[in-house]
Design a protein around this ligand. Structure first.
Ligand SMILES: Cc1cc2nc3c(=O)[nH]c(=O)nc-3n(C[C@H](O)[C@H](O)[C@H](O)COP(=O)(O)OP(=O)(O)OC[C@H]3O[C@@H](n4cnc5c(N)ncnc54)[C@H](O)[C@@H]3O)c2cc1C
Ligand code: SF4
Length: 535
């Protein structure tokens, strides 16, 4: 028998007279739901471990290991408290496995899971009254907050939502309703380059206990065909590991979080980012606790506000947008005319090139970011947005393929968060439904905000093809982007671009696309030199 089941069985308790709930994998905390409301001796919980989930797509091994190890440790921690735990293992989806359990235990309570893919396999049980759903109280804002924040708006924007909830909850507000630090957002101050100082902290490592070691071995053998590798010492699997990670984030990252939020470096994977999304998306770490702790920290306002904006603004906003649009399948009435995932506005139909799996294209920033993801299951926001999604968008890759790749590659990826970030923000595949314009750039941005260009075979000012791809992207999508007021300046610059340069942009872009499509490396010798243009 496995170490995990031996330990769980050793903690078995009398199951009679309890209220039972199914705990989905995004709710692994006893500070929320039924576990928070009742004494442990009155509650029974059902957890499901199934091969169905990992077989939906070839998830990074580290993500599977994080999810399984967290869920198993949560089960043991709850059993230790005196909660009755039914840990069900099967091959089918959660709905099938739970239907059998319900026959014995009766209808189960459940907080609404965030992942749509899970909700859809549970839907028949909900319809049959076998799962009784209530809102997921791990979130810091409610569906009503979103509705009120967006009332009367013809476009959904994170800024408007964030402004509303800052005032509604009084976060970082003075008694007379003004924002601390004089401004609601300090985003404009948070664009510093990082040149090695202050030193970037090293993320914590955790001792690997037998339960986590067993999960690591299971994932490596049963899902050997999945990409990536398990780094067990990087998995904050136990409650105390999560606490250690959060203590590290607060003490080592928070002071400098704001100013270096957009910086990227080959010297540090996360710089001053917190690396907490993996555990927060499982609710091993509660966002409400994170917010409360950060509000109390004695740190500069630009860091404090920047972090609060990410957690209470972006994170909550994308989850509401995903739920309200049923994953961009439905356009709410208020946004009539907005684009869904079925009708992407841009020219984007190319397959995802092999470099996203191999990390070998000859394009320094892209190769670095891809290699980092396969090594870590993680990279920070700007690498995701301005390197990975930027290259995919400039290359005209089908946005659904990009989204699937992100979902597979990152340890913190679930549809509610990956799809808004990739389809909504990174690739502009749902147009201006949640952002004003595409997030694309040429090599000037990468050269300014990172050290990637220094080690690259290309020169960002002369030979780098990213800038040609940028202009070519604008040209290919001129009809869609021209009417956008936020694109006026760049579209006007495009029109002024000399015809021969535009011809050259097209040929460089096509050459790069073709080489990458066939898995070949691009080198400066393949592309003749050109001038840097403001991009
Ligand atoms: C193309 C793309 C894909 C992304 N895919 C994911 C994903 O699959 N899962 C995921 O959790 N985040 C995703 N993000 C958002 C963001 O990049 C990550 O949440 C962040 O990098 C996680 O690292 P961290 O914990 O060090 O974050 P920090 O920079 O320390 O930020 C703190 C927290 O804020 C939250 N946050 C910040 N920005 C966002 C955002 N845009 N959306 C949601 N939460 C946010 C996260 O919970 C994060 O842990 C994506 C962003 C982009 C541009
Ligand atoms: S030169 Fe171009 S390809 Fe190389 S790292 Fe810089 S932006 Fe990326």
């Amino acid at each position: 028998m496995s170490v995990f089941f031996e330990r769980l069985n050793a903690r078995a308790v009398d199951e009679s007279g309890r209220r039972w709930a199914f705990i989905p994998y995004d709710q692994l905390h006893d500070g929320i739901g039924l576990l928070a409301e009742c004494p442990p001796g009155d509650v029974g919980i059902v957890l499901v471990e199934t091969d169905w989930k990992p077989r939906q797509r070839r998830y990074h091994k580290q993500k599977l290991a994080l999810l399984l190890a967290s869920q198993r440790h949560f089960a043991l921690e709850q059993a230790e408290r005196g909660v009755a735990v039914r840990y069900l293992v099967g091959e089918g989806h959660h709905g099938d496995i739970l239907r059998a359990a319900v026959k014995e235990l009766g209808p189960l309570g459940m907080m609404d899971p965030a992942e749509r893919e899970l909700r859809s396999v549970l839907e028949p049980l909900v319809r049959d009254g076998l799962l009784r759903v209530r809102p997921h109280d791990g979130w810091v804002t409610s569906a009503e907050d979103f509705t009120e924040a967006m009332a009367g708006k013809r476009q959904w924007r994170m800024d408007g939502f964030y402004r509303y909830i800052r005032k509604r909850y009084g976060w970082l507000m003075t008694g007379d309703g003004k924002p601390f630090g004089g401004r609601l957002s300090h985003d404009a101050d948070n664009r510093k380059q990082w040149r090695g100082e202050p030193p970037a902290p090293q993320p914590p490592r955790f001792d690997v206990d037998p339960v986590t070691a067993e999960v690591a071995q299971l994932v490596e053998s049963r899902f050997a065909d999945h990409p990536g590798q398990v780094r067990a010492e990087q998995i904050p699997a136990r409650h105390r590991d999560v606490e250690a990670l959060w203590a590290w984030t607060m003490s080592q990252c928070m002071t400098h979080f704001g100013p270096y939020e957009d910086a990227m470096s080959t010297q540090s994977v996360q710089l001053f980012h917190g690396r907490i999304s993996g555990v927060m998306n499982l609710h091993r770490l509660l966002p409400a606790r994170v917010v409360a702790d950060v509000l109390e920290l004695d740190i500069p306002i630009d860091s404090k506000e920047g972090f609060i904006r990410q957690v209470t603004g972006w994170r909550e906003f994308v989850r509401h947008v995903h739920r309200e649009t049923d994953g961009f399948r439905v356009v709410p009435e208020a946004l009539a005319g907005a684009t869904t995932r079925d009708a992407p506005p841009l020219d984007a139909s190319r397959p995802l090139p092999p470099v996203f799996w191999s990390g070998q294209s000859g394009l320094g920033c892209l190769d670095h970011a891809v290699q980092e993801v396969w090594a870590e299951g993680y990279s920070h926001h700007i690498n995701r947005l301005m390197v990975l999604a930027n290259w995919a968008t400039l290359l005209g890759v089908d946005a659904e393929a990009v989204s699937e790749w992100f979902w597979v590659a990152f340890e913190d990826a679930y549809d509610w968060v990956v799809e808004p970030n990739v389809l909504g923000m990174g690739t502009y595949a749902v147009g201006d439904l949640m952002v004003t314009k595409p997030y694309v750039s040429g090599s000037a941005y990468i050269n300014k905000m990172s050290d990637y260009c220094r080690g690259c075979a290309f020169d960002p000012k002369t030979t780098c093809p990213m800038t040609s791809l940028y202009w070519d992207f604008l040209g290919r999508n001129e009809a869609v982007l021209d009417p956008n007021p936020r694109m006026r300046i760049v579209m006007s610059a495009l029109r002024k671009r000399a015809p021969e340069r535009r011809v050259r942009d097209r040929s460089v872009a096509q050459a790069v696309m073709d080489r990458l499509d066939s898995g070949e490396v691009v080198s400066p010798a393949d592309l003749s030199p050109h001038d840097e243009s403001a991009a």
